[in-house]
Write a protein that binds this ligand. Structure first.
Ligand code: NDP
Length: 278
């Protein structure tokens, strides 16, 4: 029976640390303000934005929300970002994704100043991660590393398998594990023998966007399983990419959904805001 990795508790500890750091920075006369841009009224995005604002309030970071209508033109959004880049009162900028289909996400991400890119998605920050330089780390994969470390799970020399290769989770996740000296394999939708590979993992990170796909048959006895996926089931409850009930019998450690990776993403965003202010 697996031990539960309590993301809520670990995220709360990180937020307490950040709160202290924010107090110190404010006492030194520094400013910390996060600007959040939301285009359209996607209900899930509204929940994420609200949660980020609440976390800011809790740790003492000022936040401003710029809400734009669904029909906002790409150049209008780019102009808003340009103004924010030049505004000394704003240290961090976050554009809530996904954006409406008529706006090119890549263009918007590139428009954010790399010094204010608290999501860590700008190519300059991605490049820094790749070559091991200091920069903003993407919040979700950075949160997964923290979860492993706080739970006393050693990464060095371990067989790590990442399911998924997206720019926001899978790819940066694999780079971070490599930085921690794990032996890393990335699998995706074209991988042959998925099960054979996932079964080798001491640390299995799942970010595939497929509800409850990973069952006990995909997991090695005694593995640590981190579930990044998040889905709302028909009955209204949340679930991940991992079939928790089946995998908990095989794994040694497992994250729940909700209460695993999700809260860590926001805690790491708060960390990045402090870094931006510094
Ligand atoms: P994407 O849809 O961008 O990427 C999914 C990845 O999984 C792709 O690389 C895809 O492969 C791979 N994949 C899909 N099906 C299979 C399969 N059958 N076998 C092997 N690989 C497969 O998703 P994201 O990375 O953005 O997100 C993943 C999940 O994490 C989602 O559920 C999302 O909601 C959640 N999420 C949660 C966050 C949190 O804070 N908890 C933050 C961000 C995301 P290919 O590249 O070949 O298509």
């Amino acid at each position: 029976m697996a031990r539960l990795i309590d993301g809520k508790k670990i995220a709360a500890q990180i937020k307490e640390e950040v709160k202290g750091e924010v107090e110190e920075l404010l006492a030194q006369g520094r400013k910390i303000c996060l600007a959040v841009v939301q285009v359209g009224e996607d209900p899930a995005s509204s929940v994420y934005v609200r949660n980020k604002q609440r976390a800011c309030e809790y740790v003492g970071i000022k936040s401003v929300l710029k809400k734009l209508p669904d029909e906002t033109k790409e150049e209008e959004l780019l102009a808003v970002i340009k103004d924010m880049n030049q505004d000394d009162g704003i240290q961090g900028i976050l554009v809530q994704l996904p954006l409406p289909a008529h706006i090119e996400e890549d263009k918007v991400i590139r428009a954010i100043s790399p010094e204010k890119d608290v999501d860590g998605f700008h190519p300059e920050n991605v490049g820094r991660l790749c070559i091991g330089e200091k920069g903003f780390l993407p919040c979700t994969p950075a949160g997964v590393i923290k979860l492993l470390k706080y739970s006393g799970i050693e990464i060095e020399g371990k067989e790590c398998v990442v399911v998924g290769r997206s720019n926001i989770v899978g790819k940066p996740m694999s780079l971070l594990l490599l930085r921690e000296n794990g032996t890393v394999t990335v699998v995706h939708s074209r991988t042959k023998n998925l099960q054979e590979i996932t079964k080798r993992a001491d640390i299995l990170i799942v970010a595939m966007g497929k509800p409850m796909f990973i069952t006990a048959e995909y997991v090695k006895e005694g593995a640590a399983v981190i579930d990044v996926g998040i889905h709302r089931k028909e009955d209204g409850h949340l679930c991940g990419d991992v079939d928790f009930e089946s995998v908990k019998e095989t794994a040694a450690y497992i994250t729940p959904v909700p209460g695993g990776v999700g809260p860590m993403t926001i805690a790491m965003l708060m960390r990045n805001c402090v870094l931006a202010a510094e």
